[in-house]
Design a protein around this ligand. Structure first.
Ligand code: COS
Length: 385
């Protein structure tokens, strides 16, 4: 089979090979225990930090490795194939640092990113609210100007890393009459008085990547506003464009792991004197899984290619996320089916993978939201042509 990552530079290829080894040796072996204990993936993030991965999304200008969007896609895929929870916590951190990179001034970037990119500090991205998930423009969190800064009040939910992060980027309405142009973004350290997090939610999967509700009644200094007031919504959307390619990467990494589990099982399991892998029904299932996976990877690579051009790539990112997350569910389901009854037993990792994957169709914009975005771009293109 030809190498699907032929476009990576020699340095990026080497980096990815080393990452694969690190993940196989130090992260993947912890995945089952992490799922059982629901213990946050701190140890795994330390391993990634040591390897330089916690700043992998950042350019050299701010001290990051400056790897291409394509190499970042591959790197997230590798981590997700080893442990979905770790990939999820890592990419949640990327959402926070991307927000500072895209929304903050140079001084704010220098102030917050130097520790975040080495993994010394962990970030969280707080956009979603109990009544504003799919439509963040309808958020209720408010930031009111005071004589020396801002008074931030409100609550957020489903915030990955939220209660464990050292800093949180928080989106809030600063001008209630201005719709999405009245939303701004702030950054605050976890020690901020009036900031608190509830207990980690009890989730179906990704049990090592904790998700929290946050409560805010905080007085913030002037400089906690990232960039200019009113730019928060656009920054959030740009960050989510990046994030959706990373969700596609997580889905592809986990689907690849599911395909490998199914293939190994089919080549070992004998029923009625025949290996499963010699039965045409199973062979066709494996063929469909591999084909779907390959198509999703090509779409994600196309989104990453467009990202690297520096132009808007919203539609490609949404398509990649939509297709990869739905593909991954189908591939994992087929892999579980090939395992028969054993697939339903927790000793087999396909059971965990199937649960871990389910959120991919929901977070960072559900499949339904991606369809809205894709169709609105499609129809707008038609109107202007
Ligand atoms: N990049 C840059 N600008 C963007 C953008 C993007 N990806 N998406 C929207 N914008 C801009 C638009 O260009 C528009 O700007 P102008 O006011 O200058 O014309 C503005 O933002 C509003 O755009 P639009 O009208 O499309 O926004 P909507 O309020 O209709 O937003 C969607 C619709 C579905 C795109 C948005 O609500 C969304 O993505 N929702 C899902 C949120 C999500 O993923 N939540 C999960 C959070 S993390 S787990």
């Amino acid at each position: 089979m030809t190498d699907p990552w032929h476009m990576l530079s020699d340095d990026e290829r080497l980096l990815c090979e080393m990452l694969e080894r690190v993940v196989a040796e130090k992260i993947a072996p912890l995945a089952a225990e992490t799922d059982e204990t629901a213990c946050f993936v701190s140890r795994q993030l330390s391993v990634l930090a040591e390897f330089g991965m916690m700043g992998a999304n950042l350019p050299e200008r701010v001290g990051g490795p400056g790897i291409s969007a394509m190499a970042l896609l591959r790197a997230v895929e590798i981590v997700a194939a080893g442990c979905g929870s770790t990939a999820s916590a890592m990419t949640a951190h990327f959402l926070a640092t991307d927000t500072i990179l895209l929304g903050g001034t140079e001084a704010q970037q220098n102030n917050w990113l130097s520790d975040a990119l080495t993994g010394k500090t962990l970030g969280a991205f707080a956009l979603t609210e109990p009544n504003a998930g799919s439509d963040p423009a309808d958020m209720r969190t408010r930031a009111v100007k005071t004589s020396d800064g801002w008074h931030l009040t409100g609550s957020k939910c489903f915030i990955s890393n939220g209660g464990l992060a050292d800093f949180v980027v928080v989106f809030a309405v600063t001008d209630p009459d201005a719709g999405h142009r009245g939303i701004s973004v702030f950054v605050l350290p976890k020690e901020t008085p009036g900031f608190s997090a509830g207990p980690a939610e009890r989730t179906m999967g990704l049990k090592g990547g904790h998700v929290f509700s946050l409560s805010l009644d905080c007085h913030l200094p002037e400089e906690s506003l990232l960039g200019e007031a009113g730019r928060g919504f656009k920054t959030a959307m740009q960050v989510l464009d990046n994030g959706r390619i990373e969700v596609a990467a997580q889905s592809i990494g986990m689907a690849q792991a599911a395909l490998e589990m199914a293939t190994t099982y089919a080549q070992e399991r004998v029923i009625g004197g025949t290996l499963l892998s010699e039965r045409q029904g199973i062979m066709w299932m494996l063929a469909d899984m591999a084909t779907e996976l390959s198509a999703a990877r090509l779409m994600a690579q196309e989104a990453a290619r467009q990202r690297s051009l520096g132009k808007r790539f919203t539609m490609a990112a949404s398509m990649a996320k939509l297709h990869a997350s739905e593909m991954a569910d189908r591939v994992a389901d087929a892999a579980l089916q090939i395992h028969g009854g054993y697939g339903y037993i927790r000793d087999f990792p396909i059971e965990r993978l199937t649960r871990d994957l389910r959120i991919m169709r929901i977070y960072e914009g559900s499949s339904e939201i991606q369809r809205n975005i894709i169709s609105s771009h499609l129809l707008a293109e038609r109107r202007t042509s």
